[in-house]
Design a protein around this ligand. Sequence first.
Ligand SMILES: N[C@@H](CCC(=O)N[C@@H](CS)C(=O)NCC(=O)O)C(=O)O
Length: 229
Amino acid sequence: MVVTLFNLENSRAFRVHWLACELDIPIQSRNYERMGGKKAVPEMAKDSGYKLGKSPCIQDGDIQVVESANCMLYLVERYGPESGFIPSPPNFAQRTKVIGWMDFAETIMTHALAIIYAQWFAEDQKEAVKNITEKASANVQKDLDEIESALESTGGPFVCGSQITAADLALAFSCEYVLSKEVGTKGHPTNWPKIHQWLRTLEARPAYQKALKEGPKYDFCFLKNEGKL
Ligand SMILES: N[C@@H](CCC(=O)N[C@@H](CS)C(=O)NCC(=O)O)C(=O)O
């Protein structure tokens, strides 16, 4: 059976597609565009049956899975429990680290959204946008500092140490987004050197590149933007 991924351009769905490629799960990527770079085209909600119209959403037989972290957990538990991408119990020490970072990517690290929403929805209120951007940028930068220091303390090359995990895939999207689009990171191109190195290591993986090739438009890949892919 082929898993279907409702895959919106430039979105968190990239995490899920990339993980499926890492685990060699046959996946059908149904690719969708955003309207004017913002909301998803309405066909995506109609096709996926997920009324909220968000991506990622996967359909596996009669099972629908939403939320990127949940989709990742589902794929690992169902198709790659021994893969180490999310360590299974009783390896609680590593498991909680990995899931902790996956949660971090989708909770704390969404500080950047405050900036994006201010830009999208209050574009005529320049002073307010400037204030929100300044305040939220400090938080975006602290989030990156936290990842930078994890890469330092574990010795890398991955965020939880020597083995790649779902934590890397979840965090990579968040980092690629804020760094490549300069959301909250403008004026700091050389900060977070370990993150920059880690992202390029991840982007060089065959599974990352397979997802890039099969999926919809994805503008946040540094190696591609630097003409190295
Ligand atoms: N917490 C959710 C967020 C899902 C989400 O907001 N997806 C965005 C793309 S990154 C989306 O589908 N936006 C399209 C829209 O709102 O029309 C997850 O991790 O999957």
